[in-house]
Write a protein that binds this ligand. Sequence first.
Ligand SMILES: [Zn+2]
Length: 292
Amino acid sequence: MEKDYLIRAITTNKEIRALAIRSTDLVNKAQKSHQTTPVATAALGRALTGGLLVANLLKSGSEISLTISGDGPLGRVVVNANYKGEVRGYVGNPNLDFMVNDAGKLDVGGAIGNGSLTIKKNLGLKEPYQGSIPLISGEIGDDLTYYFTKSEQTPSAVGLGVLVDKDLSVKASGGFLIQLLPDASEETISKLEENLSQVNSISSLIEDGVSPEGILEKLLEGFDFRVLAKADAQFKCKCDRNRVGALAASLGEDELKDILEKEGQVEIRCHFCGEYYRFSKEDMDAILSNKA
Ligand SMILES: [Zn+2]
């Protein structure tokens, strides 16, 4: 069976860097974890896919957080991704009603609304690097394209696509990121523009079974390229029972006592993956006495 993975390549003339990813399974897992409706699935899936592309440009050990804050009904979209191809994320309103735009497509831009996109990079330095741009369309691919061009001064093209099936599962998901390197010639730029204009739906390519390598062959048609890195991609959270238990303990004894009396247990749901953690009075006593 095909798996989700990402590749990063460079043209042999060293003028273009290109990444492509298949993210169908990981977006499917996110859809199931958060029970998202189609427009929320499309928004979350694009953000997860884009986050992985951004994170792959970093050095090993680094991670990014991507936050889209819009005034639309979807609320915030938050994604954490790392260099290893692990990603997690959530949207403010996973139950958003079906929304389509004039073209009959899922209206991600309308669901997100106006606002900003912020990328924080934790590079292991004291201060994380942070860049922010106003949203261009809220469609996420366009916004990331603008982010790279404006905030990192790297002319780029980002394509992201998620195809949701009738049963709400994810039929296909994927993306690409193309960047011009400083020595790119006019000839390279115009050939690349021509190639880009011929790829109109990344999710249909994935649906047709085209691999990340095959996507780059289309985008880089006429150029020789070399794949520099390949990484598995997966939806994976960092939460665990110990960490969540410590978080529960930080609610304070009065509040915990109150919750335990009313509910019989303390239940905490991880925002990022939807996992529930439940603690009985005995569990909480053990956590608190360990802490003391
Ligand atoms: Zn989690």
